[in-house]
Design a protein around this ligand. Structure first.
Ligand code: ADP
Ligand code: ZN
Length: 651
């Protein structure tokens, strides 16, 4: 099952030569040698050649004996052999190998009055053998490399090999019920199933069916699974390739493979084409490469773009799903309308999601009564679906090793611990102590962000470790999408950045290293306010730092001020940070209960959305008869993304 059975291979692919080229060559060589041997056996000099003569191979000394016994009439000598013709009517031709220089031979022949001469050996025969041998070696090496190349590209250059592996095609039986814990992503792809099932409904109205959907998220979160489920639900064929299989290929092969892929898909449309690791081919041409770039990747990418632009949304659509965990490196051309203009985030599951995924995977497992999936879900913060599936399988293997009848909770816990060690090495935070710190730290950021005028509204508070694939997120320059900040907005940013650290101090009595990036950014903003924006008492309107031309030398910061000024600036920045920090602490202490409740909610659910969060604050304010400080809804949407990314900094 799962193979592409199209008859798109030329028939000669199956003939004997293509399957066994080495064997054929060997047989061919042997035949040639036999022909040489039979028809062109070495013939001696015309002097001594006589078809009627009997030939005898003898030893050198025997010929010498015959000469001495006067039985020889004539002799012919070469470097390596000596041929002697006997006297008498039934002549015999004696042939012997020579053994080194024999200075006594010629005098002997003279003495006996034997006619002697020379002959040359038929060297060409040896030469031919040598050549066949060389050719054979060459051919073998060549075949070896061709074979390897084919393994790399799974493709049929020279028609050798098997183009079946080129594209995987199957009709998946996977359904949406097999995909759990990524409900938001699922909701977004549900409509694709309808596009595939009833394209006419949409086309009739003049709508264009989307061509490309990008699934964005960390490895193992179920992107491939989701794509297969779409095909399974719509009951259409699923063609898949991996972007990384295009690297290491020869120029032109990648492009023709893409062409093949789409041709096959179009033949069986409606269909799903799935491209895993699309960043391998779709890397931004600007960012991706060194000078000159990678021709093969570029050609493959261009072919992909051409194919996507090529097919029209007709009654049998081909929809391309692609997966990546690095959307930020993708070439902008890929994301243009009519290509991958839809993006679906597939994030790591939260607590409920993990329970759901565990439930999907224990279906075929014999469970003991003591198994508590919620406990496992609670332990596995930050695990992706694939990690959870793995734990279940490991647990079953552990139980099997001990010949148990059922898998027990103990087995799950042990499997979890093993997996946790592996994930810890990859730098994902999962231990309970860290979870507590992260919960307070994030609640601090969120609370100050929500209460501070000039800052954006909270959209989500979470302690689920973030995937590398946060959309459009850049850790150093979240300011990118804005050009102007008023002074109070910059201060608000500083306050929110300091709030993570402040919360640790207020609620845990001890600070952690987790705030280093926050502090770096807060300091950076203050520095810029002083030295570039003219927003401080120490420097006034004086600009102390400027950026040189970005294009000339990569942009350097030129500082021109004295040591004394530098000291004054440092002092100012430090004092300002302390001042803001203390104000933030005051607010946090005032809202202590709200923070505690937020942390509780985060422990429960790991992720709460902005509205839930605001409700916690409102409730707290009501209970304590405080006026509400929650910001109004206006003027907040534009930069929501930014506040989102701020919360993504740690965690
Ligand atoms: P990705 O393509 O995002 O790297 P995969 O779809 O290949 O991840 O996931 C690998 C395996 O992990 C799946 O075949 C499935 O068994 C399991 N898995 C991952 N995510 C989920 C999920 N959300 N629900 C159920 N199983 C999942
Ligand atoms: Zn922080």
């Amino acid at each position: 099952m799962g193979q592409n059975n199209n008859n798109n291979q030329p028939p000669q692919n199956n003939n004997f030569f293509n399957k066994n080229p080495l064997l054929v060559f060997a047989v061919f060589s042997i035949v040639v040698i036999m022909i040489f041997k039979t028809f062109l056996a070495p013939s001696s000099d015309s002097d001594v050649a006589n078809a009627n003569m009997q030939t005898k191979n003898v030893a050198y000394y025997e010929i010498k004996e015959l000469i001495k016994e006067n039985k020889i009439e004539s002799v012919s000598i070469s470097d390596i052999s000596i041929i002697a013709i006997s006297k008498g009517s039934p002549r015999i031709k004696y042939i012997a190998q020579r053994v080194g220089e024999d200075s006594a031979l010629l005098p002997l022949l003279e003495e006996k009055g034997i006619a002697y001469g020379g002959h040359t050996e038929p060297q060409w025969f040896n030469d031919a053998l040598k050549w066949i041998f060389y050719l054979f070696i060459f051919f073998a090496i060549w075949m070896f490399f061709v074979g390897r190349m084919q393994k790399n590209m799974n493709s049929g250059i020279l028609g050798i090999g098997n183009s079946k592996k080129l594209v995987n095609s199957e009709k998946p039986k996977i359904k949406f019920t097999d995909v759990a814990g990524i409900e938001e992503a699922k909701e977004e792809v549900v409509e694709i199933v309808d596009f595939l099932r009833h394209p006419d409904r949409y086309i009739r109205l003049g709508a264009k069916i989307p061509k490309g959907v990008l699934l964005v998220g960390p490895p193992g979160t179920g992107k491939t699974l989701l794509a297969k489920a779409v095909a399974g639900e719509a009951d259409v064929p699923f063609f898949s390739v991996s972007g990384s299989s295009f690297i290491e290929m020869f120029v032109g092969v990648g492009a023709s493979r893409v062409r093949d892929l789409f041709n096959n898909a179009k033949k069986e449309a409606p269909a799903i084409v799935f491209i895993d690791e699309i960043d391998a081919i779709g890397k931004s041409r600007a960012a991706g490469g060194q000078l000159g770039g990678n021709d093969e990747r570029e050609q493959t990418l261009n072919q992909l773009l051409a194919e996507m632009d090529g097919f029209s949304s007709d009654s049998s659509p081909v929809i391309v799903l692609a997966a990546t965990n690095r959307p930020e490196v993708l070439d902008a051309a890929l994301l243009r309308p009519g290509r991958f203009d839809r993006q679906v985030v597939v994030d790591r599951p939260d607590f409920q999601g993990r329970v759901a995924i565990l439930k999907v995977h224990i279906k075929d497992i014999k469970l003991a009564k003591d198994v508590d999936l919620e406990e496992i879900a609670r332990l596995t913060v930050g695990f992706a679906g694939a990690d959870l599936a793995n734990i279940i399988n490991e647990a079953a293997l552990l139980a099997g090793r001990e010949s148990k009848e059922q898998v027990e909770q103990k087995d799950f816990l042990e499997a979890f611990e093993r997996a946790a060690i592996g994930l810890k090495k990859k730098g994902r935070s999962i231990n309970p102590k860290e979870k507590k710190i992260v919960a307070y730290h994030e609640s601090g950021h969120a609370l100050i962000g929500e209460l501070t005028k000039g800052y954006t509204k909270t959209t989500k508070v979470t302690i689920v470790p973030r995937g590398i694939g946060a959309l459009g997120y850049s850790m150093n320059t979240p300011e990118e999408n804005r050009y102007l900040y008023q002074q109070h907005e910059l201060i608000a940013k500083i306050d929110v950045l300091l709030a993570g650290r402040a919360a640790e101090k207020v609620f845990l009595n001890e600070v952690s290293s987790g705030a280093s990036n926050d502090l770096e950014r807060a300091t950076g903003i203050l520095k810029a306010m002083v030295s570039m924006y003219g927003m401080s008492e120490v420097a006034g309107l004086m600009v102390l730092e400027r950026q040189t031309n970005l294009f000339l030398n990569g942009g350097q910061t030129i500082k021109d001020y004295s040591e004394k000024t530098a000291e004054a600036i440092d002092k100012f920045i430090k004092e300002k940070l302390d001042e803001r920090f203390n104000l933030v602490i005051k607010t946090l202490e005032e809202y202590r209960g709200a923070v505690e409740n937020t942390v509780k909610a985060l422990y429960d659910k790991e992720t709460i959305d902005g509205e839930e969060f605001r409700q916690i604050i409102r409730n707290f304010e009501k209970e304590n008869a405080m006026p509400t400080r929650i910001q109004s809804d206006i003027e907040t949407n534009a930069t929501q993304k930014e506040s989102d990314s701020l919360l993504k900094i740690d965690g």
